[in-house]
Structure formats: C-alpha cells, structure tokens
Design a protein around this ligand. Structure first.
Ligand code: FRU
Length: 520
C-alpha cells in the first residue's frame, strides 16, 4: 500500500536495480536514502508532528512552486515506523490571513475545541500565519496564530472560521506555536516564539488563549530570533523525578554559526517556566542539542502513547546560512534521522542525550564486526565484505590511551573526505568538511565545526550514520551530537582511522543499510 502510493508520487519504478540512475526521482545525486525528503521543491521545518492510531504524521514547511523558500504551505507525510514515509497531499494552503508558518498538532481527545464531536474527536493543528501583504506595507502585526482541524485521521483539513485565534500583540516575530495538554490545570499550554524569547499561553478550548508568562531574558543565546520552541515533560533516567525541558531554536547564534537549537532544564507549573542553574552561567554556556551545523527547528511528536513513553523528535537538516544554495535542484532539504531524547544526570548536571530511534535497525542488511586491534597507522574500518556499500552505520568504541589527536575520515573513491577529529589538546571534537565534496556554493559552508568534550575519559564511543549527503555522529550515547550536510560527488565508502599515538579499537560493527525508498 505504502509502496504503491510512493510509486504514484515518483511516477516510475525508480528503485529497481542496483546502479544509481541520477536522473530518476529518489535516485539523484545527493538524494538522501535514509532521510525524509519531499519528492520535489523546497522544504524547511518539521511541523504538526503528532501520533495517532499507529501513524506518525509529519507536516513540514513547504513551497510547492520553487526549490527556494516562498509562501509557505504545510506538506504532509506519514509513517508507521518513523523510517519509511508515504507522501500525502499538501495539508494547509495560504489563505487571506497569510501563509502557513510553523506550528504543531494535537489530538483533542475530549473535543475541548468543539471542532469535532465526542465520538469523532478532531486532530487540531495550531500554526502561525505570516501575512506577506502586511509585511510589504511595513506593518509590525504580520504574524498571528490560527487553527485547522481534521476529522479523518489527518487526511483532509479545514481551517477554523474564527481564525486567527491569537492576534499579534505588537511583536514582529510572533510564531511557531507548540501546544500540549497540561493535566494539573486542565489546560492546553502554547509555547510561542516571541522575538528572542518564548511566551506561554493557556487555553481550555484551543481557541481562547490567555498570556501566562515569558521566558528568555538573560538566559541562553540571543544572537538572533528564537524560533520553534517546545516545552517537554521528561522523566530523569534512573530517578523518580521529572523536569520540563524547553527547546528553543535560534537563528543566527548557533555555536558553529547560523541556526541551532538550545535547551533549558527546569520546572513548569502551568504558568511559568523556572530554569535550573544561574543566569550568568546560562548566558555564557548555552546548552546545544546538536553541535553540527545542520539540525534546526526540531520539535517533538505529540500523542506518543504512554506505553511507548519515548520523547521522539526530528529536525530540519540544514542551516539558514546556506540552505537555499545547497546543490540540489529537484528537491531542497531533508529532515534529520528521527531521534529519541532522554534526560540524564551527568557531569553537566541534568542534560539531554539524543539517540537514533531503534526502528532504524530494520534498515540493516549486513553487519560486519571490526576486530579489536591497536591502530598506530591509518586503518580502514570497512571490511572488504562491505565493498560497494554506500549507506553505512558505524558503532565503534575507541580507547585513546596516550593519543592527543585521533581522526576518522569518511572518504569516497575520488579522495573527497569529511573528517571527525578528537582534539584532546583543545578538549573538543572537530568536524571538517572543507574537502568533503561540493562546498563552494556558499562561503559559510566549509568552516570547521567544533563541540566541547565532556569529561576526560580515554573512551570515545561513536555511532555514525552516513547517507549520500549527510553525516550524523552520536558521541558517547548521544551526549554530544554533530549533524552535518556534505555533498560528495560519489558516496563515501571508506572510513579511515588515524591517531598520533596508538589507540585501541575495543569493539565495533559496521552495518550496511538499505534505502528507505526501497520496497520493503
Ligand atoms: C524557522 C522558521 C520559523 C518559521 C518558518 C518559516 O526555520 O523561520 O520560525 O515559522 O521557518 O518558514
């Protein structure tokens, strides 16, 4: 069923045969094979992520008429496993109130909104309107919040007649509502980006919203506007306590330039978010979800059943610094791999970790062990049994011993390479894509990306996913994440480990993965 729908979109039997046929949909040069991309045209933020009856909905900022940003629609895709996606028709179109910017969706089980019935409760999307006409006229009040609802499992959507439900209070950047049900006060809570802060609103019915409080002054990074916030109730791993985690994307102002997502850990009482730690420290040491340049505007899925209990998210795998210039034509932009977030007490206090979702294991077609060994000269980690594999997952633990520098180069047959370095002298990880393939499309693309090392153990555990135009690196169980785009002219097929003194590979596996667009 899913496969047939996909073929309808692609219009051809594109995936038969092993050779890459660069002119065919989903087989083009750079087309991600492990990540969601729209068949054609421009995409940015994930929106309206909601789970209902076995289906994960993914809406996204979409411009159907161009491979560059323009008047935004909500594109729509659906998955039963977070891995394979079926494309659905565009869900939301611009209307006289404006284009449809980012937002969220909830299942209104008790029909608090009255937009469905008790027996047919609605899915409700809460999104930002952006009025380009008012913008052209120089108005401040260009953004407001609106509702749309679906009574047929998200297959078709109607706009609420009383839109907008939240008018602009005189703040130019006022958008990206993320809504959740807060049981103690029996109210919906909306977390909204307002300039370089977030505002919290509450409502009993999703229609009538009351301002509760603001958060952000003196906290975190303020290099640009805050966007796409999310307030998440999370259990602390191995403790019986829980905390609220506030995600807030900021652009520009990320640690490696341009767009990035910071977070705060604290308490929420239905009215106010109170972060832990002191503001002085928070302002100088913002916490980042991902240090790579290409993970932005990520928020979590709502409605994930308690029996599952995971905090699931994905982000837009690009950066506003160069997103519109990346060298793809038919489509532009992908989402990151879906990730599970968890909250741990470690050397940093309470901190988030990200892990690729377990469902991705089903893409493994072959797994080859990396024998334990000491590496004192450059060593290839890809066994000859995996020759020709271009979709790769690596799990390896390194003991650095006396080495101060170690590197892992992901390389193709043309010698193009993206390099992860562990630089112990500077206590940081470095990701270097200056020779990774096509880089000249934007001057901001090739710069070195760095992430601070946490603690000073000799052990580095790496979990890496290599797709045709991205590298995602999860270090030490997702304590540190680096997500980065790359545009090699041929896919990487080799991983070369080097160090300035003998290091030890203590355990390792390389998996060959299959394309998510291949028949299951
Ligand atoms: C973030 C963002 C959002 C906005 C959307 C517009 O990438 O700027 O704040 O709603 O993109 O496409």
């Amino acid at each position: 069923m899913r496969w047939r729908a996909l073929l309808a979109v692609c219009g051809s039997l594109a995936f038969a045969g092993a050779a890459s046929r660069a002119d065919e949909p989903y087989r083009e040069l750079y087309r991600p094979q492990l990540h969601f991309t729209p068949a054609t045209q421009w995409m940015n933020d994930p929106n309206g992520m909601v789970y209902l009856d076995g289906e994960y909905h993914l809406f996204y900022q979409y411009h159907p008429f161009s491979n560059r940003w323009g008047p935004m629609h909500w594109g729509h895709a659906l998955s039963r496993d977070l891995v394979h996606w079926q494309q659905l028709p565009i869900a939301l179109y611009p209307d006289p109130h404006g284009a449809i910017f980012s937002g969220s969706a909830v299942f209104d089980r008790d029909n608090t909104s009255g937009l469905g019935t008790a027996t047919r409760p609605p899915l409700v999307a809460v999104f930002a309107y952006h009025n380009h006409e008012l913008e052209r006229r120089g108005a401040t009040e260009v953004e407001s919040q609106g509702l749309a609802y679906s009574l047929d499992q998200g297959r078709s959507w109607s706009k609420y007649r009383g839109n907008p439900v939240l008018k602009n209070p005189g703040i130019r950047d006022f958008r990206d509502p993320k809504v959740f049900w807060y049981a103690p006060t029996r109210r919906w809570i909306m977390t909204l980006a307002a300039k370089d802060q977030v505002s919290f609103y509450s409502s009993r019915d999703l229609k009538d919203w009351r301002h509760e409080s603001d958060f952000g002054r003196g906290w975190g990074a303020h290099g640009g506007v805050w966007e796409c916030p999310d307030l998440i109730d999370m259990k602390v791993v191995d403790e019986s306590t829980h905390r609220f985690v506030l995600l807030s994307s900021v652009n520009p102002g990320a640690p490696n330039g341009g767009s990035g997502t910071q977070y705060f850990v604290g308490q929420f009482d239905g009215h106010r978010f109170r972060p832990e730690g002191d503001a002085q420290r928070a302002a100088t040491e913002a916490r980042w979800l991902d240090y790579g340049s290409d993970d932005y505007a990520g928020v979590t899925w709502s409605g994930v059943p308690a029996s599952d209990g995971r905090t699931l998210m994905l982000g837009w795998m690009s950066n506003w610094n160069y997103a519109q210039d990346v060298p793809t034509e038919r489509w532009r932009s992908a989402m990151t791999l879906p990730r599970e977030l968890s909250l741990h007490r470690d050397a940093r206090g309470l901190a988030l970790r990200s892990a690729p979702v377990a469902e991705l294991k089903k893409l493994r077609v072959r797994s080859v062990a990396i024998p334990a060994r000491t590496v004192d000269a450059p060593a290839e980690l890809i066994d000859t049994a995996l020759r020709g594999a271009t979709l790769l997952e690596l799990e390896v633990t390194l003991d650095l011993h006396e080495a101060t520098n170690a590197s892992l180069a992901f390389r193709n047959a043309q010698g193009e390479q993206a390099v992860l370095r562990v630089n112990r002298a500077l206590q940081r990880y470095e990701f270097d894509r200056s020779a990774s393939g096509e880089t000249g499309f934007n001057a901001a693309f090739a710069g070195l990306q760095t992430a601070p090392m946490i603690g000073n153990s000799n052990l580095v555990r790496l979990h890496v996913f290599i797709d045709h135009s991205s590298v995602e690196i999860f270090i030490n169980d997702g304590e540190t994440v680096l997500t980065a785009l790359v545009f090699p002219h041929l896919p990487y097929e080799s991983m070369v480990l080097s160090a300035d003194a003998g290091i030890e590979v203590t355990a390792g596996l390389v998996h060959e993965l299959k394309s998510i667009w291949q028949a299951q």
